[in-house]
Design a protein around this ligand. Structure first.
Ligand SMILES: N[C@@H](CCC(=O)N[C@@H](CS)C(=O)NCC(=O)O)C(=O)O
Length: 201
């Protein structure tokens, strides 16, 4: 299987970079310069019509969206390594639920929270709505992690990498992540994984 990963440092492709390291997936990496518009060339738009990274090309077939890429990497390379639950296991349900929660529900709210607090938009009403939503999401994750060490239980999995990347990004955006003690302790453990530490420093 020939895998080519189109990447840009410190971007939406960073969690995929970590997942490829964590799962030890043989691949070629091409770094694109976003400032030079290298994601908008005809060649790259043919791989990803959105003109974005991350993009993965697997035996000539392209795929985009970080969450989809990481879930596929989990299916293809993570099950044998014990880092992603098998399709017929109950943990698979939690892995898909939490990873999708992180990218859709949680990260969607962080985007609104960021925008509402930005110079360009600055809306008190929207900021207050997003803050309430954000704290609600963090409270839910905190409650979940109160009862377990990692997202799926006792052991680290790709689900921690996926959910953790969204939480670390929120922390970079100065969202009140550290006010939630179980989220804080777990996020610190996840951030200390070499595959994640190297990508974020
Ligand atoms: N939802 C997408 C977001 C991808 C995205 O926004 N990528 C940005 C970097 S953070 C990008 O490639 N921008 C280049 C451009 O828009 O030309 C994902 O998770 O894959």
């Amino acid at each position: 299987m020939k895998i080519t990963f189109y990447n840009a440092p410190f971007s939406s492709s960073t969690p995929v970079w970590s997942a490829l390291q964590e799962l030890d997936v043989p691949h070629a990496q091409v770094d694109l310069d976003l400032k030079k518009g290298e994601t908008r060339t005809p060649e790259h738009l043919a791989r990803n019509p959105n003109g974005k990274v991350p993009t993965l090309v697997v035996d000539g077939a392209p795929m985009f969206e970080a969450l989809a890429i990481m879930q596929w990497l989990g299916d293809r390379f993570g099950v044998d390594k014990g880092l992603w639950p098998a399709a017929d296991s109950q943990d698979r349900l939690a892995a898909l639920s939490w990873s999708t929660w992180a990218y859709v529900s949680f990260a969607g709210t962080v985007r609104i929270w960021n925008m509402a607090n930005s110079e360009a938009v600055r809306s008190e009403a929207l900021a207050s709505f997003a803050d309430k939503e954000l704290r609600g999401h963090l409270g839910v994750l905190d409650g979940w992690l109160k009862a377990r060490t990692y997202v799926l239980g006792d052991d680290f999995s790709l689900a921690d990498l996926i959910v953790g990347s969204s939480i670390l990004w929120a922390r970079v955006c100065k969202a009140p992540v550290d006010e939630y003690p179980h989220v804080k302790a777990w996020a610190e453990a996840v951030a200390a994984r070499p595959s994640i530490r190297k990508a974020w420093t």
